[in-house]
Design a protein around this ligand. Structure first.
Ligand code: GLY
Length: 396
């Protein structure tokens, strides 16, 4: 946990609304976290009980209930601010916005129980267990109980005949698996038992076989028959089935880098296999990302940028750089810095007390579904802060 001493310069930069010319990455990180403190408190003041922030459109904060797949990201932003600054107010706010998500355990959920619980209860667990914060009085058992039940729900969606976890519910597909599901494996890898981790590994192996194209990019959705044969491949949130939907590539890069990291941490033998999938996609991304590092919502398009995809890709690149033991001269590190500098510029970073309390502008949720085009999104903010904490402070 880092605590700030020299916050004055960052606050001065906020007041000016722009980044100082010669800003180091450490100063940039301080500046962004200072903005995040203001924005998240402002957002809390706009939220009514039981509602989660979703986006900001037409000068209005659009909210959801806890069932929306993004309900864990705002608490996750608050936990990250607490971890970064040690400011107790953010711990209290984080708990306030985490606790309602226990209600998910009594509902029908889908694969996104991973996203929902990792940002909220998962971060609470990490924060308290890591610091042993007031451990005599805090409900570590209660937190672990929610995570255990979430793991059970997610692992229960695995069908051995297909070798994958089912992503979405509903009847439009037989057994749909989307690339985003790779992210939810983190819940099984972090909080599951051996059997749950085996399910996660099997899902990643099957997805590796069926979701990827020869150039290293991936489809969004693969629909499986009950015997594991493939009924179809689509890119539902992208421009066309054979194009590279930007956030899909971001989930894939992060997902396989995360799996490689977990295998490495546990001395397991699929480290190289998962690293290889991410490395091929990483090369493609480094060759295809635009100059400022922020992709358009689909790599075949040039209309709307997607800050969320940029932020997630920055996390994935930094994870890959760490898997290579942090070489000083690495194109992934250079690109991650470029992405972070662009996101921290006035073009993307909101002025305090604007933008509904979101940090970043210009993300795309689901353009083909005509939903959330060129708007702020909670996950863009969440992964932006995560990427800043993954970036080495001593790199410049
Ligand atoms: N996981 C849904 C999305 O990326 O839009």
């Amino acid at each position: 946990m880092r605590r700030f001493l020299g916050i004055a310069a960052a606050l001065a930069a906020i007041a000016c609304g722009r980044a100082p010319e010669t800003e180091t990455m450490e100063q940039l990180r301080e500046r962004v976290f200072a903005v995040a403190k203001v924005q998240t408190v402002y957002m809390d003041s706009l939220l009514t009980e039981g509602r989660c922030p979703r986006t900001f459109q037409g000068d209005t904060l659009v909210t959801s209930d806890i069932g929306w797949w993004c309900s864990g990201f705002y608490p996750g932003v608050l936990w990250q601010i607490f971890e970064e600054t040690g400011d107790e107010r953010f711990r209290n706010l984080a708990i306030k916005h985490t606790r309602p998500l226990a209600g998910l355990l009594d509902r029908e959920t889908d694969h996104d129980i991973g996203f929902q619980l990792m940002g909220s209860y998962g971060k609470w667990w990490v924060s308290d267990a890591a610091t042993l914060y007031n451990r005599d009085v805090l409900p570590l058992d209660e937190i672990k109980d929610v995570l255990d039940k979430g793991v059970k729900k997610l692992a229960g969606r695995f069908l051995p005949e297909t070798g994958v976890i089912r992503s979405w519910n509903g009847a439009r597909w037989n057994f749909p698996v989307i690339i985003d599901n790779m992210m939810n494996l983190e819940l099984l890898m972090f909080y599951g038992r051996d059997r749950d981790r085996e399910i996660a590994e099997k899902h990643a192996l099957t997805t590796m076989k069926n979701h990827f194209r020869d150039d290293g990019t991936c489809f969004h959705l693969v629909d499986y028959a009950d015997d594991g044969s493939i009924l179809g491949k689509q890119t539902v949130q992208g421009y066309a089935d054979d194009t590279a939907w930007a956030r899909g590539q971001a989930w894939a890069l992060y997902g396989y880098a995360m799996m490689a990291q977990e295998e490495k941490a546990r001395n397991q033998d699929m480290r190289e296999t998962f690293y290889g999938v991410a490395a091929k996609l990483e090369s493609w991304l480094l060759a295809n990302l635009p100059e400022d590092g922020i992709p358009f919502w689909d790599f075949s398009q040039s209309d709307y940028k997607d800050a969320s995809a940029g932020a997630i890709i920055a996390c994935g690149l930094l994870k890959m750089w760490r898997l290579r033991d942090c070489p000083a001269d690495d194109p992934a590190l250079t690109m991650a810095e470029r992405i972070l500098r662009t996101l921290a510029s006035p073009e993307y970073l909101a002025e305090p007390r604007t933008n509904g309390g979101f940090l970043l502008k210009h993300s795309v949720g689901n353009l083909p579904g005509r939903s959330e085009v060129d708007v702020p999104l909670t996950y863009a903010d969440y992964y932006f802060l995560e990427a800043l904490t993954l970036y080495p402070v001593s790199a410049n």
